[in-house]
Each structure stands twice: as structure tokens, then as C-alpha cells.
Design a protein around this ligand. Sequence first.
Ligand code: TXA
Ligand code: MG
Length: 348
Amino acid sequence: MVKPLPSFKTLRLSTSKDVRSQSIRRAARLLRKGELVAFPTETVYGLGANVFDPAAVRKIFKVKGRPQDNPLIVHVHSLQQVQFLATSLPVMFWVLADRVMPGPLTVVLRKSSAVAGIVTAGLPTVAIRFPDHPVAKALLREAGVPLVAPSANISGRPSPTRAAHVSEDLDGRIAAIVDGGNCRIGLESTVLDLTRSVPVVLRPGSVTKGEIEKALGIRVRVGRNTAKRPASPGMKYKHYAPQGELIVFEGDRTRILSSMKAFVQSMKGRRTVGVLAREEMAAHFKDTEYISLGSTGPSDAARRLFAAFREMDRRKVDLILCEGFPEESIGTALMNRLRKAATRRIRV
Ligand code: TXA
Ligand code: MG
């Protein structure tokens, strides 16, 4: 007889005021028992597991379909926990901790023996983040152990920025999802390597290179990503991508608009085309699948981008045209994600 696959009912735990502490206690209990629980952070939803439970950590790789050589970020709720996970904390760490922790910055440090090799994919370093989200903080405190948490999506899919996205990818595979509404930032944290004399930004995020330099009073480097030598193990994989083909238009705004319009025209009747662009562009794409990236610039677009990718997939759009944004503040991280997801870039 064929054994049926274990079928899981993934719990959805609300964080509305009346049930919040109960949900957090329940989620923490599941985590301590070795289960996987997704939870909100200010960047994207994370898929949590007890860092000290190797079987639970292994499950993360399995349910996400994540390559074994891609290390995980360890989440903490205090700087004391960092001291337990890392050795020889450099002065630069304390300066940054003072300015941007808790917050959307992950730092790579030398790992202590408390961190198992499966967490760091065998590396001698560990990535650590102190998230700034009330639910994440409360859950970490209640769990009593640091939590490894990659973004709570199937590997290669866009990171989830609301609980429904986590459900889409992981329902039936994980114990619970703590629903904390929409993520405030919408792109993953900045990853900064502090193990060298000059820090290196491995992944841009909402904490910018400029802010880090200002805090530290020195110049930092940006990890260059080549297929052969990725800045960080995770950066060599195609990421964040919608199922449809994605073309990013970069350059002058007026020219972006006219070339996107021309492109839409030329594809008429041939492909299902979708447009991702600022609110002001809506009127030009009335007969097209159009999703607004907001009206306030890169931070609004960052918050909406991954949800828009998923929505385009749901609408079965097979060619997405996306407007590029200026590379200032979070615009640098936004363009990094867009370029990584894109099949083609057009400069106008
Ligand atoms: O905002 C975030 O960072 C979210 C939330 C949930 O905290 N997490 C997240 O995790 O984006 P993940 O696993 O999707 O991305 C972690 C990135 C990967 O690119 C990985 O290669 C890199 O961090 N990383 C982890 N440990 C590292 C290490 N020891 N050295 C260099 N890079 C590391
Ligand atoms: Mg990820």
C-alpha cells in the first residue's frame, strides 16, 4: 500500500490586539518543538526555526527547496544574543548596533562554536540581524532562542511581503504563519560583511552604503557579483523573479514612457503584456494589465514590487515591462532586485 504523504494544516495566527499575545505564545511553542513558523519583519516575512535545532534547520532547506550552500541569517532580539553567536566583535559592529539596530541591517561576523555548520553552509562566519518589527521582536523574546529565518518563499520566487504570499508558497509545508499585515520596507535587509578590515556591502537594502559610511566614518566597499565569484553565496542564484519574462527600462523618464508604449503596441495580439510603473503612468496603459508602483518614488515602489510580481503571475502575464527608478536611497536596492529578476534591460 502506498503511504499517503503527511498532510499539514498550516495555522494562520492573527496578531490583532485581542489575540496577539496568545498567537505569539503559540508560535513560540511550535518553534521550540522544532516546527517551522513564518513571521513578519519590517523587510519581508521570514521562515523561522530554532537555530540550535539542526533537524528544524534542515527542514528549512527542504521546504524552501533552498540550495545547501546558501547560508541562513540568524535573528536575535538583543545584542547579548549576538555576543553568544559571534566571536571578536569589531568596534564597527558596536557603532552600527548603536545607530541602526534593531533595523534592516544584517552583519556578517566570525561565528562562535554555538552556531552549527548547517546554519552557515560550512562558512566560518555567521550573518546576524536584529529585526525592528514588534511581532518579530516579541516572538524572538518568547521563543527564548535565536531564530534562523530566510525569506519565507519557495527558493527563486519573490520574497513574501504579506501573509497571503507565504500561504501561496508554503501552505501545507510549515506549522504556522503569524500574520502581521504588510511589511513596511518590502525588500530584504542590507547585508554587510564586517569580517574584513574594510566592510563590504554584500546585498544592498534600505540601510544604504552612504548611511553606513557616515556612521563608521570610513569608506566601505560594494561586493561585486560575478557568476564565478558571488559577493555572498545567495547572490549567485536567480532571485525574486516572477514567472513571466521581465524587461526593465532604464534612463530618461519621458523616453522610458514612450518606449514602453511602443513596446506594448508592438506586442499587441502576440503576448499577454503587463506594465509595472508609477501611478502617474496609469493613464497611458488603460488597455494593458497595469499595476501601480505608487507615487512617492523608490520607497513606495520597493514596498509594492514583490506583491506586484506575484499579482502579474496570478494574471498570467507572460511579458512584464517595468519602469526603472533613480538609484538613490532605497532605489539602489530596488534596482538591484529588478536587474536580478530581469531577463533583459533596455537603456533609453
Ligand atoms: O530582510 C531579510 O534579510 C530577510 C528577513 C526575513 O530577515 N531574510 C532574508 O534571508 O532575506 P535570505 O536567506 O533570503 O537571504 C540571506 C542572504 C543570502 O544572500 C545569503 O547568502 C546571505 O544572506 N548570507 C547568509 N549568511 C552569510 C554569510 N555567513 N556570509 C555571507 N553571506 C551570507
Ligand atoms: Mg531569500
